[in-house]
Design a protein around this ligand. Structure first.
Ligand code: MN
Length: 258
């Protein structure tokens, strides 16, 4: 099984080393192609206004001066070519430093790398380690991810999933032996928008604006990824790329009938 590992925290982030180790437990054909710089919050963006560079850091290790989507695209088009043995059977994105739960997944470069893989018809999984800076500081304990990732990934390898679907996995911020288990659950929603804007002045006196991420509330909603993490479970959520709201099609079509 050929595995491509990528992320949005950048090729030097500790989480991608953890994920590479996890991938190597499942295969000896593991390739890394990830952004050269942190790209958290990049979503599914594609670099169009400037060239990207491909840097080879090792026999199977590449960095792309672009977004997570750029990295997957470069891996599939320029690295894992037919001459190099062909495309991967599995794409793993992460392990992200922090949660990718509920509506936050729309901003997520980690999830979007898996979106790009799903669009290319490859089984793709995003993985994130939930943590809180208040209790953990800058050191992200990947213990739950390390101990539970293979158990979370393996059933997905031979489960038939429809085209253009991917899987989003989050690990709770707990020691490995405190994790309660694995739950398959739907995507939740936060109660209100996550972004805050901090206004400051640069050294020349001009204003700047910097988006922040507040810890935000969510109401208890049964069966969601948010609930699973709150309960101490690994959350496994299948996602689909068909964003159509099917049940609105009829009512909208009626409105346009002359
Ligand atoms: Mn990130």
């Amino acid at each position: 099984m050929r595995i491509l590992v990528t992320n949005d925290d950048g090729i030097h982030a500790p989480g991608i080393d953890v994920l590479e180790e996890i991938a190597r437990e499942m295969s000896d054909d593991v390739w890394v192609c990830a952004p050269s710089e942190e790209q958290s919050g990049a979503g599914h963006s594609l670099t169009l206004n400037r060239p990207v560079r491909l840097h080879k850091h090792g026999e199977r290790r590449f960095a792309v001066s672009g977004t997570p989507t750029d990295s997957v695209m470069m891996a599939l088009r320029m690295v894992l070519t037919e001459e190099n043995g062909g495309p991967p059977d599995l794409i793993l994105s992460g392990i992200n430093r922090g949660a990718n739960l509920a509506d936050d997944i729309t901003y997520s470069g980690t999830v979007s790398a898996a979106v790009e893989g799903a669009l290319a018809g490859i089984r793709s999984i995003a993985l994130s380690q939930v943590y809180s800076r208040e209790s953990h500081g800058q050191d992200i304990p990947f213990a739950a991810a390390r101990a539970w990732a293979v158990r979370a990934i393996e059933p997905l390898l031979d489960t038939p999933l429809p085209e253009r679907t991917l899987v989003n996995i989050n690990f709770p911020p707990l020691a490995a032996d405190k994790v309660q288990g694995i739950r398959v659950c739907r995507q939740g929603f936060h109660d209100y928008s996550r972004g805050s804007v901090v206004v400051g002045r640069d050294p020349r006196g001009y204003p700047y604006y910097w988006f922040g991420l507040n810890a935000i509330e969510h109401s208890l909603d049964r069966g969601t990824d948010l609930e699973s993490i709150d309960d101490g479970y690994v959350s496994v959520t299948p996602l689909q790329l068909d964003l159509t709201h099917h049940s609105s099609l009829g009512a909208l079509a009626d409105r346009y009938e002359s």
